[in-house]
Design a protein around this ligand. Structure first.
Ligand code: UD1
Length: 342
């Protein structure tokens, strides 16, 4: 059994990757401080996998605790999901983002170095491409930041690259996610944003359950086929399986790489609204509004490198993403809130 540490393993992407890792025969251990996740997810993961979940409450900033945890479990690799990801909040609270995302990554790598674990899978984002000059976006595109959040991801990529250059025994896989959506098909785990969702799919899902009156479509005058923004939505289970493929490659070859995890196709806001209406069986009301400041017209991946390097490609359709989101949202309209009480 190969033990893997998942920082932020109780969060949206971490929890789905936990399930994929167990299916692939790995033994994941969750480290989470629950600052942007919920302890209720642990019982749900036990339901899905039929096994106890190894989990520790704590912060990646605690070098002594993390290095002891790595040693105690003979951890072979770390998947680092413990980052904040709200663009608007990062503009309002930049130090919060620099501390948790950048300092958190530095401290985690210090703990790994101290404990002798030198294989890292890092959660980066398509946000590192800024406003891309063209689509589809390849990994060779220049990096640019448009927010402190984006800056934090680019900074971490640089920090990892510097370590790889300095220390030949370190290996890292940097995964640039496009737009993760959807939920595990059981409907037991999914995205559970605190407060008003910033992202499209959770907002649409809350309109569909009646929690919110209508969707605000941020701009219908973009240079796209229907005027609304185009994004590369990727099912979170495809993304989770992408992590397993990246981890396999990292542990088998010992070679480092940076790769896009997307589907390679873009969907507009109105396409998502239509697909969601089909999934939930009723109309999703929306209003066309002004553009959201900082948004870009279109963003989708060139997904060729992931296929070449990892033999991985996304399998699930937009209809699957909407059906699985709807199952999760309709069964858990308040996310993990009720699980917390139980
Ligand atoms: C956003 C972040 C990005 C981050 C990603 C995480 C911004 C500017 N970018 O990307 O850095 O990595 O989330 O998933 O916040 N939309 C609406 N109404 C809504 C919400 C969204 O019309 O209520 C539209 C947006 O204008 C956009 C599309 O839906 O065209 C997707 O938006 P969103 O889900 O917020 O993702 P990104 O903007 O791509």
């Amino acid at each position: 059994m190969t033990n893997i540490l998942l920082t932020g393993g109780a969060g949206y992407i971490g929890s789905h990757t936990y399930v994929a890792l167990v299916s692939a025969g790995y033994r994941p251990i969750i480290l989470d401080d629950y600052s942007n996740s919920h302890p209720g997810v642990i019982a749900r993961l036990e339901d899905i996998t039929g096994q106890p979940v190894a989990h520790v409450r704590g912060s990646v900033l605690d070098v002594a605790m993390v290095s002891a945890l790595i040693e105690q479990h003979a951890v072979q690799a770390v998947l680092h999901f413990a980052g904040f990801k709200a663009v608007g909040e990062s503009v309002a609270e930049p130090l919060k983002y620099f501390d948790n995302n950048i300092t958190g990554t530095v401290r985690l790598m210090q703990a790994m170095e101290r404990a002798g674990c030198r294989a890292l899978v890092f959660s980066s984002s398509a946000t590192v491409y800024g406003d891309p000059a063209a689509v589809p976006i390849t990994e060779a595109f220049p990096l640019a930041h448009t927010s402190p959040y984006g800056y934090s991801k680019i900074a971490c990529e640089h920090i990892i690259a510097a370590m790889l250059a300095a220390k030949p025994d370190w290996h890292a896989s940097v995964l640039r996610y496009f737009n993760p959506v959807g939920a595990h098909p059981s409907g037991l785990i999914g995205e559970s944003p605190q407060g008003v969702p910033n992202n499209l799919m959770p907002y649409v899902a809350q309109v569909a359950t009646g929690k919110r009156a209508h969707l605000n479509v941020w701009g219908a005058d973009y240079p796209t086929p229907d005027g609304t923004g185009l994004r590369d939505y990727i099912h979170v289970m495809d993304l989770a399986e992408g992590h397993v493929a990246a981890l396999d490659a990292l542990l088998q070859t010992g070679r480092s790489f940076t790769v896009n995890l997307g589907t390679g196709a873009g969907h507009s806001v109105l396409e998502v609204v239509r697909a969601f209406s089909l999934a939930c069986g009723h109309a999703v009301p929306y209003k066309i509004c002004e553009r959201r400041p900082g948004d870009i017209a279109q963003c989708y991946a060139d997904a060729t490198l992931a296929l070449q390097l990892l033999g991985w490609r996304a399998q699930r359709t937009l209809a699957d993403m909407c059906a699985d989101t709807w199952r999760w949202q309709s069964r858990n309209p308040d996310g993990y809130h009720e699980a917390a009480i139980a």
